[in-house]
Design a binder for this molecule. Structure first.
Ligand SMILES: N[C@@H](CCC(=O)N[C@@H](CS)C(=O)NCC(=O)O)C(=O)O
Length: 126
């Protein structure tokens, strides 16, 4: 299995490197608002996971910055994901809300949430 996984991971990393979309540029005022709005958002991921690449690309297209935690190589982050999120599955978006953290799994749900939040935040600024 490792013989398949290793070259596949390398291919995914190469595709990500060469084909990742341009980061959308927002006017400074809106960018500042988006940066503040997404300050409490953290993406737990594996670098070479295709579903994580999908979420990272969506974030670039939306022009938003997310904190990234490597749940494969960083054991502390992996343990946090397991203990607090409930399972080791990536991507997982941790959303800090006042005194609790909401753990959102599934790449499509994460992207939908990011799109809605970006739209909401940027339309308030116009
Ligand atoms: N349906 C999920 C699939 C996510 C998925 O399968 N992630 C894999 C990595 S590519 C995973 O977390 N595997 C757990 C593990 O390797 O321990 C999504 O779209 O986010």
């Amino acid at each position: 299995m490792k013989f398949i996984r290793w070259p596949l991971a390398k291919i995914i990393l190469l595709v990500d490197f060469f084909f990742k979309p341009q980061t959308q540029k927002h006017p400074p005022k809106i960018q500042k608002k988006l940066d503040t709005a997404f300050l409490d958002y953290t993406l737990y991921e594996f670098k070479a996971c295709p579903f994580c690449v999908k979420v990272r690309w969506a974030a670039r297209r939306l022009g938003i910055n997310l904190k990234i935690k490597d749940a494969k190589n960083n054991l502390k982050d992996k343990e946090t994901l397991l203990k607090q999120g409930g399972k080791i599955q990536v991507p997982c978006l941790a959303i800090k809300e006042s005194d609790s953290i909401f753990w959102l799994y599934e790449s499509s749900d994460i992207i939908k949430h990011l799109q809605e939040k970006t739209k909401e935040e940027s339309s308030f600024s116009i």
